[in-house]
Structures are given as structure tokens and as C-alpha cells.
Design a protein around this ligand. Structure first.
Ligand code: NAP
Length: 479
């Protein structure tokens, strides 16, 4: 081993360790920002390792490593600009785009090695060549699916692409099976004969398979698909690591692949849906159409903002339940103002965070962090559920499915088995939403019919602004 290989090996080892620490840190809101920086630094370190290797290796021209520098500066600047410009609400589509880029780079690396093989390849023994061609085939197959699937997911979330009606019929399964079989034939042919025609057939059929599987999936299921595609991009990167002999890429790809799979499983569990039903089962609202859970409301109590303010004034303990509607209304800052007023009146305020509230993992944490809500006040579902019976007022803000008691009480409900927040246990519940429309699952919410629930109809931001006025008029929070 020459000195430049040893330096690169040590740098790669440090980069892998930092990356692992970064991924671990992402699991806590408090450490997430620094963990993200650590992981980015690990990636920079790996590029430095690669450049130092080329720099130290004799016989390699300056062009070889100068292209790496140009690519790093270009890619890094683009990533930096995107990260600064993209609003929080567009995070799912940004993640989808980044996954697509990951899939595309693995695909290009494998294509480069397959179409312009290094002369040394002939010197490899049969086993090494076999591993290499299998890795190339996996990189092309998974990389192409990840790329095309992620671009479709991004376009759908961005509103550039709608779900064509024919993709909801059973024909879509037949079409995808055909693409799958063609991909398999091309995959086997590539391993056997390494021909250019099988490479291109595999690229085309697996790209079409990625589009065919992602196109029929409804917008609200997209976050699950995106985390699955994230996992695929890790698998593609790991196999690209085998292709170019990079231990760093293998380990980093495996970590991303495993983390994406775990996140997919957590999200499916939080929504009480199997991955199979998300990928192939059509939309959840279609399932709810045939269900008894589409019934009429019989006991709705609506109240004014003033009544809500009067109840809040007399409360000691208040729990806020944020949901998708809060993000739609962009009412997080107004909500923070309301809770500040309540706290000035010595009212204990906490936020109940359901794992799949909103439309992406951690949606509510990100939204509330934007409004500088202290981390200590955000309580996860399992921690806060026992607190509801001792709570005076619960404010449900644009949340629906995550507070539906049907999930616990009605075995016929599509939500049955999904863990929910037990808000109905509190003394008074105020639900702030614009009308009686259903949430993402498309089903009736039994909470709205309960005697201790009152509906305050209106856009969340507007209602919260009026609440601030009412509370001030009542002298709440005025010292
Ligand atoms: P939800 O069930 O989708 O309900 C959102 C509610 O917000 C609606 O009932 C809507 O009622 C209301 N709303 C919309 N705009 C509003 C506005 N401007 N002001 C006030 N209210 C507004 O939301 P959720 O309780 O947060 O549940 C999330 C759902 O998404 C779950 O079913 C979950 O499984 C699913 N999901 C989550 C993820 C994730 O990663 N977090 C991913 C995929 C799917 P009105 O129209 O009547 O106002």
C-alpha cells in the first residue's frame, strides 16, 4: 500500500465515523442541526481524501483531480443555494429531488465503468469480474428506478403532475409486471454477456418501472414513497461503491439504505398501513368510500372565538395539537403569540406531537421550530397521552386523523389500530378548522360529535389572530 492510499484510507475511516455520528444526531431535534453539519463535513472530508489520493498518485494528470474539484464546487454551491432558498413546506419535494440525484449519480458511475471499462478489468480473476458486473447491474437497476421514481414524486408534490385516471385501474399492475420482467431479462443478460444493448435495455425498462410504480400513488402517500426511494438511493450508492472499489461509498450507502428503510417502517406503522398497500393499494380515501365510517355528524357544537378565549382564560393546563391544517394556514407564528399570552397568565402550555401529523416526518417539529417554540414543550404522543385526563383545554389546530377516537374504538374503521392522541379525555376540546371536511384518510371523525368538543370554524391563522384580540380584551397576559 503506498502512502497516498494509506492517507485516503484513514480519511475515509474518519469520514465514515463522522457520518455515523451525524445520522445518530439527526434522531434528536436538539442535535439535528449540528448533526447535519457533521454529516456534510464527513462528505467534504471524503472528497478531500479522494483528491489527496489522485494528487499523490504519479502518472495521473492534473485534469483527473481538477474535474473532482470543479464538480465538488458546482454541486456544493447548487446544494447550498437550494438549501437556503427552499421553504420548509417544500422539503418533501426537495428531498425527492436529492434522492433522484443520488440515484442518477450511482447510475452514471455504473454506466461509466460498464461502457468505458478500465483495461485492468481483463486482469481480474473471474470472481472479481463477476462481483463487479453484478454490482454494475444492481447500480443501474436500482439507480434508474430511484432517479425516475424520485423525479415523478417531486413533480407530483410540486403540482406539476397529476395522477392520470387510468393509473388507478388494475392495468397498471400488468404494465409494471411487464417492465419488471423486461428488467429481469436485461439484468441476467447483462451479467452473462455484458453487452451494450442489455445495459441500455436495463436503463430504459427500470426507469419506466420507477415511473410506473410511483405515478399511481396519491400525493399524501408520497412521503412514505420518498423515504423508500431514499433507501433505494443508499442501496444504489453501496453497489456503486463495489463498482469503483470505494469502502466509504459502500458503508455510507448501506447506512442511508438502512436508515431509509427504518423511516419507511416507522411511517407505515404511524399511519397503520402496510408498505404493500401504500405502493399498490390505491388511495386510502377510496378504501373509506365503502366503509360505515363515512356517516353523518349528529351532535356538532360550534362556538365563537370569544367563548374559546373565555374557557382558555380560566384554564390551568392547555395542550396544543398541531396538524396538517396549521401548516396549510402557516399559522405557527400566530400560534406562538397565543401561547406566549397564555404563559404570561401562568397557564401551563404543551404541544402534543403525533409521529405522522402533517405530511412529512417531523413536519410539526420543523413548523414549530420555525416559530421558536421551545423544544422542551414538544411532547411525543406516548409521553403526552397520559396527561390528557388532567388537562383543562385542548386546542386542535388543523389536525384531524391523528385525534380520531375511531382508531381505538371502531374495528371497521380504516384507521383502526393507528395510534392516536387521546384528546377526548380532556375537560374541553376546541377544534379549529375551516369546515367539516375530512382529513387525509377521508373518514368521519367521532371526536367532533362528543359533548366536550366544540368546533371553532375558520382558517387557523385567522381564528388564532382573533383569539389574540379576545384574550387581550379579557386582560389575559397583561401584567
Ligand atoms: P389531516 O387528517 O390531513 O387533517 C387536516 C385538517 O386540517 C383537515 O381536516 C382540514 O379541514 C384542516 N385544514 C386544512 N387547511 C386548514 C386551514 N387553513 N385552517 C384550519 N384547518 C385547516 O391532518 P393530521 O391530523 O395532521 O393527519 C395527518 C394525516 O396525513 C394522517 O392521516 C397521516 O397518516 C397522513 N400522512 C402523514 C405523513 C407524514 O409523514 N406525517 C405522510 C403521509 C400521510 P378543513 O378543510 O375543514 O379545514
Amino acid at each position: 500500500m503506498d502512502i497516498s492510499s494509506i492517507i485516503q484510507f484513514v480519511i475515509d475511516l474518519v469520514a465514515v465515523l463522522l457520518l455515523a455520528l451525524g445520522i445518530k444526531g439527526l434522531s434528536k431535534v436538539r442535535s439535528a442541526r449540528s448533526a447535519n453539519r457533521l454529516a456534510a463535513f464527513a462528505m467534504l472530508l471524503s472528497v478531500i481524501g479522494l483528491i489527496s489520493y489522485y494528487f499523490g498518485t504519479t502518472g495521473i494528470s492534473i485534469q483527473s483531480w481538477s474535474w473532482i474539484i470543479i464538480g465538488t464546487i458546482l454541486g456544493g454551491s447548487l446544494g447550498g443555494i437550494l438549501a437556503r432558498k427552499v421553504p420548509m413546506t417544500s422539503m418533501p419535494e426537495t428531498v425527492a429531488l436529492f434522492n433522484g440525484c443520488g440515484g442518477m449519480s450511482s447510475l452514471l458511475v455504473a454506466l461509466g465503468v460498464a461502457l468505458f471499462p478500465n483495461n485492468n478489468v481483463d486482469n481480474f480473476d473471474f470472481f472479481i469480474s463477476f462481483i463487479e458486473i453484478v454490482s454494475i447491474s444492481i447500480s443501474i437497476f436500482v439507480g434508474a428506478i430511484t432517479f425516475s421514481g424520485s423525479i415523478v414524486a417531486m413533480a407530483k408534490l410540486q403540482g406539476w403532475l397529476s395522477t392520470p385516471s387510468w393509473t388507478q385501474s388494475k392495468i397498471r399492475h400488468l404494465i409494471n409486471i411487464v417492465f419488471g420482467i423486461i428488467s429481469l431479462i436485461a439484468f441476467i443478460d447483462l451479467i452473462q454477456y455484458s453487452s451494450a444493448s442489455s445495459i441500455w435495455l436495463l436503463v430504459i425498462s427500470s426507469s419506466l418501472l420507477g415511473i410506473g410504480v410511483t405515478l399511481p400513488i396519491g400525493g399524501a402517500d408520497m412521503p412514505v414513497v420518498i423515504s423508500l426511494l431514499n433507501s433505494y438511493s443508499g442501496i444504489a450508492a453501496a453497489s456503486a461503491g463495489f463498482v469503483v472499489g470505494s469502502q466509504l461509498l459502500i458503508v455510507a450507502g448501506a447506512m442511508v439504505g438502512a436508515a431509509g428503510l427504518i423511516l419507511t417502517q416507522v411511517m407505515c406503522k404511524g399511519m397503520n398501513r402496510s408498505l404493500i398497500s401504500v405502493l399498490f393499494g390505491g388511495t386510502l380515501s377510496a378504501k373509506a368510500t365503502n366503509s360505515s365510517t363515512k356517516g353523518e355528524y349528529t351532535n356538532i357544537t360550534s362556538c365563537s372565538v370569544e367563548e374559546c378565549a373565555l374557557t382558555l382564560e380560566a384554564a390551568n393546563k392547555v395542550i396544543i395539537v398541531p396538524g396538517y391544517g396549521l401548516a396549510v394556514a402557516q399559522a405557527q407564528h400566530t400560534l406562538r403569540e397565543v401561547t406566549k399570552i397564555l404563559e404570561l397568565n401562568n397557564i401551563d402550555v404543551k404541544y402534543a406531537i403525533h409521529p405522522v401529523a402533517g405530511r412529512m416526518p417531523g413536519h410539526m417539529n420543523v413548523l414549530l421550530a420555525e416559530a421558536d417554540v421551545p423544544y422542551e414543550q414538544l411532547k411525543e404522543m406516548d409521553i403526552i397521552n397520559p396527561d390528557f385526563p388532567a388537562t383543562d383545554v385542548v386546542l386542535v389546530l388543523g389536525a384531524n386523523d391523528v385525534v380520531n377516537p375511531q382508531a381505538k374504538n371502531d374495528e371497521t374503521s380504516p384507521l383502526y389500530g393507528m395510534p392516536v392522541l387521546d384528546v377526548q379525555e380532556a375537560r374541553s376540546v376546541f377544534v379549529i378548522k375551516r369546515g367539516m371536511s375530512a382529513g387525509y384518510s377521508g373518514i368521519k371523525n367521532d371526536l367532533f360529535d362528543l359533548p366536550n368538543t366544540s368546533m371553532v370554524f375558520g382558517d387557523a391563522k385567522k381564528v388564532l389572530s382573533e383569539l389574540i384580540t379576545e384574550l387581550r380584551e379579557l386582560g389575559v397576559g397583561v401584567k
